[in-house]
Design a protein around this ligand. Structure first.
Ligand code: SF4
Ligand code: SF4
Length: 93
């Protein structure tokens, strides 16, 4: 079973409000051409929007691995725990 297969089994109870925030979009635009978050997040939560010239955050699919707490070299992502009862529900580990 691949990691994608396992992720597909997980269930999500998405909150209406995000638990992930880009602190300063200008840092993404002007200081981070590599956009590391689009590569290190296993759930592809972060996506660069060419038209809007900013990172979009699909927080609903976050598997709460915590990588973005240390992965952004500019500490430009604010990571909170989802509110109680919301977030990912793991199946089969
Ligand atoms: S890695 Fe950090 S600074 Fe770079 S695009 Fe992502 S959030 Fe912005
Ligand atoms: S905690 Fe993990 S899954 Fe969630 S956004 Fe950060 S890197 Fe992606």
């Amino acid at each position: 079973m691949t990691i994608q297969d396992k992720l597909y089994l997980d269930r999500f109870n998405a909150d209406k409000q995000s638990h992930l925030f880009i602190i300063d979009p200008d840092v993404c635009l002007n200081k981070c051409p590599e956009q590391y978050c689009t590569k290190f997040c296993p759930a592809h939560v972060y996506e660069w929007d060419d038209e809007a010239q900013k990172i979009l955050v699909g927080y609903e699919g976050c598997v709460e691995c915590g990588t973005c707490r240390i992965g952004c070299p500019f500490r430009n992502i604010k990571w909170l725990n989802p509110r109680g009862g919301y977030g990912v529900q793991y199946r089969q580990g």
